[in-house]
Design a protein around this ligand. Structure first.
Ligand SMILES: [Zn+2]
Length: 420
């Protein structure tokens, strides 16, 4: 649907929700220009808005995803004026607040900033009323893009290292979720081959684990400590999701990648940390990886870790810098020994899947492959974890290069302003 149709659908929906529930409704969406607002930056901003409001007395909620981007609808048990003040405060003081638009309404309609004696929102770039600059097209799209990227970069840099890593992890996990096609994995727009999970569960899980994983930033040389923090994150993930495995593989992979990124030679460093990791297979534990090891001798993600995730740093990352997220994801599906995929489909179906992925040449093939994966109930979860790690690496390099005052290709990060 086009943006204008989407707006109309939303207006009707909002009206319905305020009639159905006896509370004011807060609607959190991206405050960004353009006719397709789906992007990593808009999704992270809207999620941050949601987590700011989540504990303020939410009685009913749902989310939607369309060309308007991600939107949260929260019925909140508070006085409407008080709620509007809280929302204005988030828009004003959160590091991504400028990129959020939080409307508050009840059956009588929206409450405005003016009704609280507050001035309307200013333009991103000058002192004018935002609506005037939009109407008069005062600023070039380039200037606006640059502003949005600078706001997002500041958010990632943060004031302290734990917060920085929490935001990097969260951004990487949301980035994985907004990939245009899931090929069986959950995305913002569909549940892929899954019946027990959806985007909301992944967003909640990403929030929980990112706040725990970031505590590991200070131990890049201590494998045991990384593993202990990983286990706590995993346990809290299962508590958050009601025992569904949303991010177990991502936790393991991203903690090691974080440790590697903090050292001169990430591959050598991770390989050193993981030199004894295959000894895990001797212990009596059960996981998809373990089962496959016993059955076929496949070492899966542990085998990759032992080699320092060489493919990730030396093949997938350079590829990702030159290609879209979708193309990169397909390349990983073709090449990565994905134990999630092997486990769900068995080895023959796994091989068929990789052959199909390799033969893709155009957009139509991609849609067909996406449909086939869903029909076979396959889900390349291990490859999706790799994609999160690439976004983590890319965002880390973005802030690191600029902190070290090296010239960064500014255009490189424009990919985070759209879906590709
Ligand atoms: Zn302006």
């Amino acid at each position: 649907m086009e943006l204008l149709d989407e707006r109309e659908v939303r207006a009707n929906l909002q009206k319905q929700v305020t009639e159905d529930f006896p509370y004011p409704l807060a609607v959190i969406k991206a405050n960004l220009p353009g006719t397709d607002k789906r992007s990593l930056i808009s999704a992270v901003a809207v999620c941050e808005g949601y987590f700011q409001l989540k504990n303020k007395g939410v009685r009913h909620m749902f989310m939607s995803y369309s060309c308007e981007g991600l939107i949260f609808y929260l019925s909140i048990d508070r006085d409407i004026r008080e709620l509007k003040k809280i929302c204005v405060d988030i828009e004003t003081s959160h590091p991504l607040g400028r990129l959020m638009d939080i409307d508050v309404m009840d059956t009588r309609g929206q409450i405005s900033r003016r009704e609280l004696n507050l001035s309307p929102r200013k333009c991103f770039l000058c002192d004018e009323d935002a609506h005037l600059c939009v109407r008069n097209q005062t600023h070039t799209p380039d200037d606006i893009d640059r502003y949005i990227l600078s706001v997002f970069r500041k958010y990632l840099v943060a004031d302290d290292l734990a917060t920085r890593w929490q935001r990097l992890f969260f951004t990487a996990l949301i980035g994985e979720l907004i990939k245009p096609r899931g090929y069986g994995c959950v995305t913002m727009s569909d549940d892929g081959s899954h019946t027990d999970m959806d985007a909301m569960l992944f967003i909640e899980s990403a929030n929980t684990i990112s706040h725990l994983m970031c505590k590991a930033y200070a131990y890049p040389d201590d494998f045991q400590k990384l593993r202990d923090i990983g286990r706590i994150a995993e346990q809290k993930m299962f508590e958050t999701t009601g025992n569904i495995n949303t991010h177990k593989g991502a936790i393991f992979l991203m903690l090691l990648v974080m440790a590697g990124l903090q050292r001169e030679n990430p591959v050598a460093h991770i390989a050193r940390l993981c030199q004894n990791i295959l000894a895990d297979f001797d212990k009596a534990q059960s996981s998809h990886g373990m089962t496959l090891y016993y059955k076929y001798g496949i070492t899966g993600i542990r085998g990759l870790a032992k080699e320092g995730f060489r493919e990730l740093f030396e093949i997938y990352y350079p590829f990702y810098l030159k290609h879209s997220c979708d193309e990169t994801f397909l390349k990983i599906i073709c090449e990565n020994p994905d134990t999630t995929l092997m486990h769900r489909g068995g080895i023959p179906l796994y091989n068929e899947c990789r052959e199909k992925a390799k033969s893709i040449t155009n957009q139509q093939d991609r849609f067909a492959f996406d449909a086939w994966m869903k029909s076979q109930r396959l889900s390349p979860g291990g490859s999706a974890d790799m994609l999160s790690a690439l976004i983590l690496m890319d965002c880390f390099m973005w802030i690191k290069e600029e902190i070290e005052d090296e010239p960064t290709d500014k255009n490189r990060h424009r990919r985070y302003l759209r879906i590709e």
